[in-house]
Design a binder for this molecule. Structure first.
Ligand code: ADP
Length: 395
């Protein structure tokens, strides 16, 4: 059973192809294109690559195409991407303008090119379905809440992978089993003491989740993937009065505000134009004070959310770093963990320096909280849920 998982960015099309014949998901091949301007052409090229490589001869070779879909109005979970579901995604385009439109475009293109292949989406909001209502509710008038203004949480596939894998690495098979089966049976009990994990997905966009016994208790992103930590070019948390103040003071239009907060904010806004942490770090190293401040704001925000979930979870068993920055930037990990010994977090400086894009424990042997680097595998989480969806549909 082969399942193709395309990852559709605003300027990239990447993919991984998994095979589930007799197993839990083997990666057959992966690839992709950067600097894409025409998604239709890029998807055609990807399908061509898969044909030439002998991976996918015809539509019949694919059990499904699975998408890491972002959000849809009034729905979440793992769903077949019927035209109605895609319409409900489109209703959220104003909320996630950088994320939803490329997926909608891609899904429609696949539906045209492969009409007989089921298209299934695992929504990024799905992992947060069991978070307590107090953590998902904004203090807005009821009519706003009824219009869907609430915290959803994002990066669900990544945080779910961390929930599963951290439990496996901590020898908590009971919790790993619960995390793996969350979407079919969230009621699975755990055998031993609660397992409390904070997952830091730090990348082009960043979010932090508290995870109790394999299920999220919350996420730093809210209504949209815009809030929480500063992102590469998106603002992160901001007082809502700032929007009104700038509109009234400078006569900004809605589009001006969107550009400022969604394209010119975040690390780019702070650093004076750089949105890649590698460039910001080298600028900071050569004495650029704005770049140094950008790093400091990022670290401060990460510690803020780490502290929030430390309190919600009544302590911590493991702190996990993942995604581009979390997996690769030892200096950011060290800054986030600095002077947290009173909370039981003590890094081993050498292990931290050595850990790069591979699983590693980077805390000191006597640290009460295990600090880990775990490369995320969002596509595998999506592929497994899609497979499960297909099996249930057949039964
Ligand atoms: P996205 O959220 O777009 O998937 P990534 O998870 O790849 O992005 O994270 C992008 C960020 O991670 C960038 O700021 C980049 O500098 C950083 N990053 C990615 N790979 C590396 C690497 N090998 N070394 C250092 N930093 C990296």
């Amino acid at each position: 059973m082969k399942i193709l998982i395309p990852n559709l960015g605003s300027t990239s099309v990447k993919y991984r192809l998994f095979d589930f014949t007799g197993g839990d998901g083997t990666l057959l091949t992966r690839g992709g294109l950067e600097r894409v301007s025409d998604h239709a052409e890029a998807i055609e090229q990807v399908l061509g690559e898969l044909r030439e490589g002998g991976w996918v001869g015809s539509e019949e070779d694919l059990a499904a195409v699975g998408f890491k879909t972002i959000m849809a109005e009034g729905r979440t979970g793992c769903l077949e991407l019927t035209p109605e579901v895609v319409d409900s995604m489109e209703a959220c385009n104003n909320i996630a303008p950088a994320h939803n439109p490329p997926y909608i475009r891609g899904i429609r293109l696949f539906a045209e090119k492969m009409p007989s292949v089921p298209l299934v989406g695992l929504f990024e909001t799905a992992f947060f379905q069991w978070a307590p209502e107090a953590s998902t509710r904004y203090a807005v008038p009821q009519s706003w809440h009824d219009a869907g203004v609430r915290r959803w949480g994002f990066h669900g596939a990544s945080h779910k992978f961390i929930a599963e894998r951290s439990a496996e690495l901590l020898d908590r098979e009971d919790v790993a089993e619960r995390a793996r089966n969350l979407y079919v049976d969230a009621g699975l009990p755990v055998d031993r003491s609660p397992l409390r994990v904070v997952s830091c997905h730090l990348g082009g966009s960043s979010s932090i989740s508290g995870i109790l016994n394999g299920a999220a208790v919350g996420n730093s992103m809210g209504l949209s993937p815009q809030s929480g930590l500063p992102h590469n070019n998106r603002v992160g948390d901001l007082d809502s009065m700032a929007v009104l103040h700038m509109m009234r003071r400078d006569g900004l239009s809605v589009d001006d505000v969107e550009t400022a907060l969604c394209n010119e904010g975040g690390l780019k806004g702070l650093s004076g134009g750089h949105n890649d942490i590698r460039d910001i770090a080298s600028e900071a190293d050569s004495g650029n004070a704005q770049a140094k401040l950008a790093l400091d704001v990022f670290v401060h925000s990460a510690r803020h959310w780490l502290g929030a979930y430390f309190a919600q979870l009544n302590g911590l068993d493991a702190l996990v770093f993942t995604a581009g920055i979390g997996e690769n930037r030892a200096s950011i990990r060290a800054a986030i963990c600095a002077e947290l010994d009173q909370l039981g977090i003590r890094l081993d400086a050498e292990k931290n320096e050595a850990a790069r894009a591979e699983e590693a424990i980077i805390s000191a042997d006597d640290s009460p909280v295990r600090v880990m680097v775990i490369p995320t595998n969002e596509e595998l989480v999506v592929a497994r849920e899609v497979k499960r969806y297909l099996e249930h549909r057949r039964n």
